[in-house]
Ligand binder design. Structure first.
Ligand code: COI
Length: 365
């Protein structure tokens, strides 16, 4: 279906960031945003592109009290010929469908998600950055804003898409990747079976802030989450999925616990490693097995993967004050190859041999 959303252009265009090598993560927002409403009986309606500006929200709106909301994260990239493309947006749509089902939020069809994203990128196409390591971060989100204190699904929702020219989430913003320090979190948990760990909802992240703040006291960027039942098996790193290379095996937590976010980068890493003939396991891995591998010299690499994080190698783990270095503490070869291949495919400098890119049919002239 062809969508033709009305556009209200800003009368106050902002200056774009002068130095694309110092964008950081989501510090700048573009000139426009996409909005759409959902009402009982009407479904999704009134899609529109409007200036990016503060929105009015009734203080009694249910999202402000009961957090009935969800979000997605994807990136738009500019290829050397000026085409704008997304990376596997069908996977975002599938994850969105599972999240919405979990949160009792109305389904948003994949074509509508992509149409909304495309409509706003079209207006702000000049904001897609080109410096190495950068991309236009795309944040679609939905929230219930019915005025109600009943703990029931809302009868009115808003779907919005906002855009931010962005560098990397963890690493030095120089277009490359560097190692970071991560704190092994044994006190707080991120998700438990039956909860919302597999869904992309704000509460998962708000509930993780205490742990990340505490990690910073140990000079760590974020935490390594362990499972809720036994505080023993590794789950995720901060807001990203986690990979461990021990001897000839690359291991990541399995999705069947329902506590792991099904990351699109996670899936792409698994597929690439298999394509390269490497042994990849989605299995439970205990923190003790990792420290054992460190002792016997088989712990080769740890890295986080995510849309924001891309591939973020970990050089050190801190566990209750005790330091554990991962191999030589430097970026490992597998993390580097994954980063180069993924970012290369995404930006069109490496051939897309997996068929993952999604050209939007928009071009910077
Ligand atoms: C992403 O990688 O897109 C995320 O959603 C992580 C974000 C919470 C920083």
């Amino acid at each position: 279906m062809e969508y033709n959303f009305p556009v209200t252009r800003t009368t106050h265009p902002k200056a774009r960031p002068a130095d694309e090598t110092k964008l950081g993560f989501a510090k700048y927002f573009t000139d426009h945003m996409f909005c759409m409403d959902w009402d009982e009986g009407l479904g999704w309606h009134d899609g529109r592109v409007v200036p990016h500006e503060p929105i009015a929200i009734e203080p009694a709106s249910c999202v402000l009290h009961y957090a009935q909301m969800m979000f997605e994260g994807m990136k738009a990239y500019r290829t050397p010929s000026g085409e704008i493309q997304l990376f596997r947006p069908d996977m975002n749509a599938k994850r969105m469908a599972r999240t919405n089902e979990r949160m009792c939020i109305p389904e948003l069809p994949e074509e509508l998600l992509i149409a909304g994203v495309k409509a706003v990128i079209k207006e702000d196409i000049d904001w897609v950055p080109t410096a190495p390591g950068t991309a236009l971060y795309v944040r679609p989100f939905i929230f219930g804003d019915e005025v109600s204190f009943s703990v029931l699904p809302a009868k009115h929702y808003r779907f919005m898409v906002i855009l931010s020219p962005t560098g990397s989430y963890y690493a030095a913003n120089d277009g490359g990747i560097t190692t970071t320090r991560i704190y092994v979190q044994k006190k707080y948990i991120r998700a438990a079976k039956g909860g919302t760990g597999y869904a992309k909802v704000g509460g998962n992240y708000g509930g993780g802030m205490r742990a990340s703040q505490d990690a910073m006291k140990y000079d760590c960027k974020d935490v390594l989450w362990l499972d809720a039942a036994e505080h023993k098996y590794v789950e995720e790193i901060g807001t990203s999925n986690a990979f461990f290379r021990i001897a000839d095996e690359v291991i990541t937590a399995p999705l069947d616990s329902e506590t792991i976010l099904p990351g699109i980068t996670r899936d792409s890493v698994i597929q690439l490693l298999k394509y390269w003939g490497m042994k990849v396991s989605e299995r439970k891995l205990s923190i003790d097995e990792i420290f054992e591998a460190e002792k016997n010299g088989t712990l080769q690499e740890i890295f986080a993967s995510g849309t924001a994080a891309v591939i973020s190698p970990i050089g050190w783990l801190n566990c209750e004050g005790e330091e554990h270095q991962v191999a030589d503490g430097k970026v490992g070869p597998v993390a580097q190859k994954l980063y180069d291949t993924l970012y290369g495919i995404q930006t069109g400098t490496v051939e897309d041999f997996m068929g993952w890119t999604y050209p939007l049919g928009l071009k910077v002239e």
